[in-house]
Design a protein around this ligand. Sequence first.
Ligand SMILES: Nc1ncnc2c1ncn2[C@@H]1O[C@H](COP(=O)(O)OP(=O)(O)OP(=O)(O)O)[C@@H](O)[C@H]1O
Ligand SMILES: [Mg+2]
Length: 505
Amino acid sequence: MMIGDMTQFGSVMAGAMFIWAIFKQWFPEELGNHIEKYFQRLVTYFYPYITITFHEYQGDEFERSKAYTAIERYLSTNSSNRAKRLKANVIKDCKSVVLSMDDYEEVTDEFKGIKIWWSSSKSAPQQRAIFSYGDDEKRYYKLTSHRKHRDIVTQVYVQHVLDEGNAIETKTRQRKLYTNSKSENWYGNKRTMWSHIMFEHPSTFDTLAMDPKKKEEILNDLLTFSKSKDYYKKVGKSWKRGYLLYGPPGTGKSSMIAAMANFLDYDIYDLELTSVNDNTDLRKLLIDTSSKSIIVIEDIDCSLDLTGQRKKKEKDNKDENDPNPVRKNKKAKKEKKSEVTLSGLLNFIDGLWSACGSERLIVFTTNHVEKLDPALIRRGRMDKHIEMSYCCFKTFKVLAKNYLDVESHDLFLTIGRLLEETNMTPADVAESLMPKSAEEDAESCLKGLIKFLENAKEEARVKAVEDAVIKCKVEGAGEKGEDDGDKKVHECDDSSESESSDSDD
Ligand SMILES: Nc1ncnc2c1ncn2[C@@H]1O[C@H](COP(=O)(O)OP(=O)(O)OP(=O)(O)O)[C@@H](O)[C@H]1O
Ligand SMILES: [Mg+2]
């Protein structure tokens, strides 16, 4: 039987019911009820189908029914190419269109050999509500199938539709990149709030260059985490995991975070600690984060005085020379105001407050892992430590494949040798590999990289010679009996640390 036939049959029955309603009043009540009962039986006999309706709004709820949304998604994906009249919903900032069945449209679906008919309808409201949901018409989806499949349809198929619909919803969800900024409310009180933009970073684990074994290990770790809801509950831990990414600038720490978010389909909260007033503010921000997210604190060593002591008064010579303007700015801000303490941060990571929300990764990045307080990075807080290091041959091969689509080449041998002899970041190698003009082919890019590596190697050699000369001079001066020259140089290097410990309190 086609869906059209069923509808026709339904209309005939509805017509008969209507006529019966008119005549019913002429019959004595008992007889009327009797006739109605047999009439229903007759209908059931000739109409061997079951129907289930799913309304857009249920009862007094103002929120759209989740089941209705899931069915809408499921039907849009599975049947929009079969339905003839479609409704277009524009999502993702006008970049994509999701089609769904228009009102009074019908489609069929098949599940384990069973045919299922879906139709979309709407009914006018009985009375106008004071608070109406957009338009007053109540939409619903109606599922129809043969009653001999009742059990499988009600117990398995409906759940299948809801699960699939939810999965599609998660996939098409537009992810967000949040950052905290200070804002002033009416009373002039400053508070920190999250603001967001759409997260569209293209970095993935395929484009991330690193040792394939290490990459595999991280992927497995992430996957296991995302599927371990019950496990975390069983062992009594909140469902979160801490990652510490460390290594020199330009080795892919931020790219790795973007790849993690893309892989797990999580939102990112980029927490700027220097904009957080104090621990209370930090807690408020944390409560405002959603599940399925990555909370990131970049350059943790620059964001907080990790000794838990007062901030340093003296200027750090190394900070002055920091080539990264973002980090330099963070350090400057930290010196101005940084009332978030180490203990506040620890409470945020694994104290009672960390349990609000679930399925969250907390990622710290740093260029100086040795500067971090051991309490901050012990397991349980930062569960996995990942070192992002200089470009080795394996890393280079991933970059060559991504940037030039080359998997092997005669020049690889030379490049491999040069990479062993120099400290080159993947960011530098990637930049050299990028064609600078339309005429440049893979080979000339590789040759350009070789030249770049040779120059770097030569520069490193010259610098080593210069350093050795300076060292010799200092040692020579020391031998001549001048007042402890070696110590002076050492003090110069760590001036900030010795001075800061003096200035504490
Ligand atoms: N491992 C890598 N794989 C692929 N691309 C990389 C890698 N490392 C660096 N890059 C490239 O270099 C650029 C800089 O990398 P990224 O910002 O991830 O470095 P970082 O480690 O976060 O540096 P910083 O410590 O300065 O924040 C990226 O845009 C990316 O294109
Ligand atoms: Mg970075």
